[in-house]
Design a protein around this ligand. Sequence first.
Ligand SMILES: [Zn+2]
Ligand SMILES: [Zn+2]
Length: 760
Amino acid sequence: MASACSIRVRGVVQGVGFRPFVYRLARANTLGGWVLNGEEGVEIYLEGPERGVQAFVRELKAQPPPAASIAEVEINPVAPLGVNEFTIRESLRQKGPTVRISPDLPVCDECLAELFDPGNRRYQYPYINCTNCGPRYTVLLGLPYDRPTTTMKDWALDDYCRTEYLNPANRRFHAQPVACPACGPNYFLCAPEGVVNEGSESIRRAAALLRDGKILAVKGLGGYHLACDALAATAVAALRERKYRKEKPFALMARDIQVARSVTELSAAAEDLLTSDARPIVLVPARAKLDGVAPENDELGVMLPYTPLHHLLFAAGAPRLLVMTSANRSSEPIAYEDEDAFTSLSGIADSFLVGRRPIARRVDDSVARAGVLGPVILRRARGYAPGAVANLPTRRPILALGADLKNTVTLVVEGQAFVSQHIGDLDHYQSFRAFQETVRDLVSMYEIDWNELRVVHDCHPQYVSTVYGSELKVSQRLAVQHHRAHIASVLAERGAWEKPVVGVSFDGTGYGDDGSIWGGEFFVGSVRDGFERVAHLRSASLPGGDAAAQYPVQAAAGFLSQIEDLPDLTAEPFHFPRRYRDALELVRRGVRTFSTTSMGRLFDTAAALLGFTRAITFEGQAAMWLEHLARGGVEAEAYPFPFTGDELDFVPLLRSLVKDRLRGRDIREIARAVERGIAQGLADATIAVARARGLDTAVLSGGVFQNEMLLEDLKPMLENRSIELWINHAVPPNDGGISLGQAALAALAPSTGTAPRKTE
Ligand SMILES: [Zn+2]
Ligand SMILES: [Zn+2]
């Protein structure tokens, strides 16, 4: 008996070979009908024998194309139209798009095999791709995803590529960026001795330059990299000097997994991340000591080749382990436009390996770690963005602007929360421009009417994102407190709107309800009802405000000013510089001194007391240094960090630290005792709050929880007391996750007024 139905498939289903897959499946089951890309996903009309339709639906769900990700299949029976043939129809266009844009994909095995097959038309062609792999978000100029809306629009297909592009049985059927050496773009090399235009030859020469210890700017998927031989200490040192990047670790690209294994301790979970479709930089324990790559750090950030070009470079003899760092001057956003790259990187790179395919938008490499509580994303960009990370219970479009550090923005369309790629620190003008571009990009891509947008921003009146948000002409605006947004980001990932939890939000800085600098906060509540602040770190002074974050000794002055009978810290063994005395003086006179409960500054204080008395050169450096010290292979009892009912008191902890330091205890042991003490104090406080409120789940978020040792210590402390630990997995625990939390709290807020917030 003939039956007919219409099927709508939502999720990542466009630009991933979904229509040819549907076409083959329909033909295999002798069904008539059609498939097309609609605004909300893929739409299918089917008619034929009942059994065939059922088999079709089963396989559709069970074996979608590798790059697809089905979120929902909606099936509605309809009256048969009498269609016998199955066809692929043109894209449909009507109202605003809610289709998910696919993140970029690494080159697939089939394309790789062709890449190295001398008989293949695309032999050694750096832009080889198919519907299962290749660029997506970084070539996309608009929706729907079609050749004219990509950065490949200026290259016309030749007959060979067109035949493949139009053949539903071919792997390149409607692969929008498809190209071959005859019709597509290629790479060229700009070296001091001249330009090499021929693609393969330019790559061979580039590999030779890397072998010679030269620094190469390489155009990739979402921006330029600076590359050099990671095993050549002089090349690495030169790169540091030219890039003004003193100490921040460089990312590495290993030729293959064996090379990665030879320099790092790869767990099975880390290998899964490393080889996942997102191909992130994975932070893993170092096995080899590589001069200058990651100074005073136990971890190396490694990734595997993900574009055909990377594979070609290694095959052409590039060193097996490369430094592959975002091409920019320190802290500026990654360069992605050719002209900008040539200007900003001249004086850093010796040569440029440039591809002619334009990059639609800047997308950095992602950074992840296989942690003790599961995978954690520390920077969410290439391979993940702009994927939806959560489904929020709202139909209203929401734009959440995030925080000023490690900024991301989130756009909510029909309940789907699309989190942007990592944008960076907005106090840099270039990053602020990137922020504005990203906002406009997302809002126009999804054709959202600005008048209908609910805009959410941080409470910090001086954040540039706040100022930007308050100047937008929109009907609704909402401020969400920083640390509540952190907690909500974890719950949003899990769709837990009602669940009451203990929320622990530890980070460096965030604007509190009382206008002071928060960062060591305990909440109870839910996304729906809001979060009540129930406890916090004991307040300390912060001389110089947020500027103290640059100087651990300046933060230390604020914390130590509360402790009596301190020895002279400018003398042995502390050697605090003059800045410490000046800061103490500010505290004493109450000049430019703020109140803080920042856990980040407590870590800085401990690091200063253990010898980190210089300025930091990147965010979180002192805390990472402390963790590195604590991992020096020693065990130590926790220092006391007592919870008094509404405060965690750091005074006994710092007192013990100073005492041990004076009597000459091994600083690695002291660091271990600090780490464990902080974990124990946090655990005690969480357990006390949970028991008092009858709660069994703790949510941890905020930059401090990038500290893997803290999580390792906490896990048994809390789980042994039957408290479940929830952390971020889809968005970063640092401020990169703030925009999602803001969006979640705004989604559940009443249509006027403020976000759900319980105050003391
Ligand atoms: Zn492929
Ligand atoms: Zn071609």
